[in-house]
Design a protein around this ligand. Structure first.
Ligand code: NAD
Ligand code: LMR
Length: 327
């Protein structure tokens, strides 16, 4: 048996936490050979509910679960942690944009960034899920400058999965026939699902779905507004699909990407494709299981460039709004 890794999840008593924790403990993220110790971080008033989640985790008798650390103390919560899922934050309600949460949620990520820098293991990697996740990640990263920028991620895998399914449904194929679909930019209503560089059954998507207007009038808005549509239908934001996407994001990062595939995750921009350096921007990414890189040299037409510029502009505006939180 390998040495257990320590995995922190903030907001562990919340909706996403309830779907996420049991799958991490079962081996769905780090594999069937990798034991884990779960650090479950909550705010003080949620500790009684968290205690119920701890009891349920115990009642699963997961062979890979070697310990549980439930806490409201950030130093204890991030002590020795190898991976952190930053989920804890307030979800939006119907009628709000995710960036409307910045004034409520942004400051959470100052203390968490600092506590991660002060306590986590030297190989710490962090996935931010709490919204608005790109800019919350920017805040945490800038308050933890001792941690290299390539360890910080914000989640756009849910948007990729949504886009893949919409393409598969339209083309009447299985989701596994769709490859190369990546989300660019912000996890917001400006995100850009780049269908031009995606393939269905190995052929460029526009050669299989020959309805130019469908992409612009239905596909892109459906993907951009899917979170809002779920809030309208459920009265609550997506949770099981979000937890699933968080699991897939980390699995994609810790395993080699199969040939011909890419995955979406927002990373600290190095200026690739002319995007402002330092923004947390979603790109097509590949991993060798240890390190990741942005896929270079993809052709982008005028339409794609315009969409990518719009989502970059929004991220610059969000960055300006939180300037005083960036340390
Ligand atoms: P929820 O309200 O069910 O749970 C959030 C939990 O976070 C609560 O238990 C709360 O007590 C806890 N919390 C609040 N502040 C905290 C803090 N400072 N430290 C630790 N815990 C704290 O919400 P949810 O449905 O689980 O969603 C969580 C977040 O994830 C929301 O911001 C939501 O918008 C976001 N989200 C992101 C994506 C994405 O694709 N990036 C998808 C779905 C949801
Ligand atoms: C989603 O995409 O489902 C989440 O970001 C929740 C939301 O506010 O839309």
């Amino acid at each position: 048996m390998k040495t257990p890794i320590r995995v922190a999840v903030t907001g562990a008593a919340g909706q996403i936490g309830y779907s996420l924790l049991f799958r991490i403990a079962s081996g769905a993220v780090f594999g069937p050979e990798q034991p884990v110790i779960l650090h479950l971080i909550e705010i003080e008033p949620a500790l009684p509910a968290l205690n119920g989640v701890v009891m349920e985790l115990q009642d699963c008798a997961f062979p890979l679960l070697k310990g549980i650390v439930p806490t409201a103390d950030l130093n204890e919560g991030f002590k020795g942690v190898n991976w952190a899922f930053l989920v804890g934050s307030v979800p939006r309600k119907a009628g709000m944009e995710r960036k409307d949460l910045l004034s409520i949620n942004g400051k959470i990520f100052i203390g968490q960034g600092k506590a991660i820098a002060a306590n986590a293991a030297p190989d710490i990697r962090v996935l931010v899920v709490g919204n608005p996740c790109n800019t919350n990640c920017l805040i945490a990263m800038n308050n933890a400058k001792s941690i290299p920028a390539d360890r910080w991620f914000a989640m756009t895998m849910l948007d990729q999965n949504r886009a893949v399914t919409q393409l598969a449904l339209k083309a009447g194929v299985d989701t596994t026939d769709v490859s190369g679909l990546a989300i660019w930019g912000n996890h917001s209503s400006t995100m850009y699902p780049d269908y031009f560089n995606a393939k269905i059954g190995g052929k460029p998507v526009p050669e299989v779905i020959k309805h130019e207007l469908w992409f612009k009038e239905t596909f892109i808005p459906t993907v951009q507004q899917r979170g809002a549509a779920i809030i309208k239908a459920r009265g609550l934001s997506s949770a099981a699909s979000a937890a699933n996407a968080a699991i897939e994001t980390v699995r994609n990062l810790v395993n080699p990407t199969p040939a011909g595939h890419v995955f979406s995750v927002a990373v600290c921009s190095d200026g690739s494709y002319g995007i402002e350096k330092g923004l947390i921007f979603s790109y097509p990414i590949v991993s060798d299981g240890k390190s990741w890189k942005i896929v270079q040299g993809l052709p982008l037409g005028d339409f794609s460039k315009e969409k990518i510029a719009a989502t970059e502009k929004e991220l610059k505006e969000e960055k300006a709004l939180v300037a005083e939180l960036l340390g």
